[in-house]
Design a protein around this ligand. Structure first.
Ligand code: GLN
Length: 283
């Protein structure tokens, strides 16, 4: 007998995703069905005898099919949460990672402590970093740069969604190419995966997320080298340079920074205990 109500479709979805070896099959099926029905999680269980319309059924099956093929849930539903804010996502930008919240929290604390006023986010992607800073640090003016027109389009929509459009300038720029001011803090989560490593990433990353946002060149350090060697023209004295890094890049990046006379070079770990953020000050 084919499924008809919420309860039946939910267990069908879970079973289908489990068979396809999707580890998060249970929560994924729930989120997909909640999205189709516009239900809260509670409604999913209190209204479990709701019979799906033809349209709802079709949409849910399409969603399950995409997830079966490893498309990340966030791309399927077009949404994700970051720093307790809602973002739209699509395949022109990376899905914001919870590890990146460590970077943003570090930046917010530093901005408040040092009374920083101006922020540059290089490679803004969905705008998650720039928009979170604009939201949580109301006295800052943020510039968000990206080389990708489509990423900027997404970031601008996200700024509108989070009511911070007035506080962010969006600039199409290949790193510093079109940047003309100096800032109190420069922040970046650049592409940092070694080119050769990309093929070993999980299918949901390598087959769906933009490679241009992941590939950091043969040593994974291309963007750090470029930013570190050029940033002094764009950073105020006593300003801070803040990076998200790969778990094994802290030593190399700290060395690059000290060679360019940055001080107070510090590494912060993520929730998994891995090196994730490097901060430094320009004296
Ligand atoms: N942390 C990302 C990953 O999952 C990489 C992000 C980046 O290259 N900036 O692989």
């Amino acid at each position: 007998m084919s499924p008809s109500n919420v309860k039946e479709w939910l267990s069908y979805g879970k079973m289908l995703l489990k068979k396809s070896e999707i580890e998060s099959y249970s929560i994924d099926a729930e989120v997909l069905l909640m999205t189709v029905l516009n239900f809260t999680k509670t409604e999913l269980f209190t209204k479990d005898s709701h019979i799906l319309s033809e349209e709802e059924t079709e949409k849910y099956i399409k969603f399950l099919e995409k997830r079966k093929n490893f498309m990340p849930v966030q791309y399927i539903i077009g949404k994700c949460e970051f720093m307790s804010l809602d973002f739209n996502v699509n395949q022109s930008t990376l899905i914001p990672r919870c590890d990146t919240e460590i970077l943003v929290e570090y930046a917010i604390n530093s901005i408040k402590k040092n009374k920083f006023k101006t922020v540059l986010d290089i490679g803004t992607g969905s705008g998650a970093i720039a928009i979170s800073i604009a939201h949580y640090c109301p006295n800052t003016k943020v510039t968000a740069a990206d080389i990708s027109e489509n990423a900027l389009k997404t970031a601008k929509k996200n700024a509108e969604k989070n009511a911070v459009s007035q506080k962010i300038d969006f600039i199409k720029s290949d790193i510093f190419e079109n940047i003309t001011s100096k800032y109190d803090i420069i922040i970046s989560n650049p592409p940092y995966i070694k080119s050769d490593t990309i093929k070993t990433l999980m299918p949901q990353v390598k087959e769906y997320e933009p490679i241009s946002a992941l590939d950091g060149g043969s040593d994974g350090l291309y963007f750090y080298k470029k930013i570190i060697s050029e940033c002094k023209n764009y950073l105020n004295k006593n300003g801070e340079l803040l990076f998200e890094i790969g778990y094994d890049q802290s030593l190399e990046i700290s060395k690059l920074l000290s060679e360019k006379n940055f001080t107070e070079i510090k590494t912060t770990k993520d929730y998994a205990g891995l090196d994730r953020v490097v901060s430094s000050v320009y004296k």
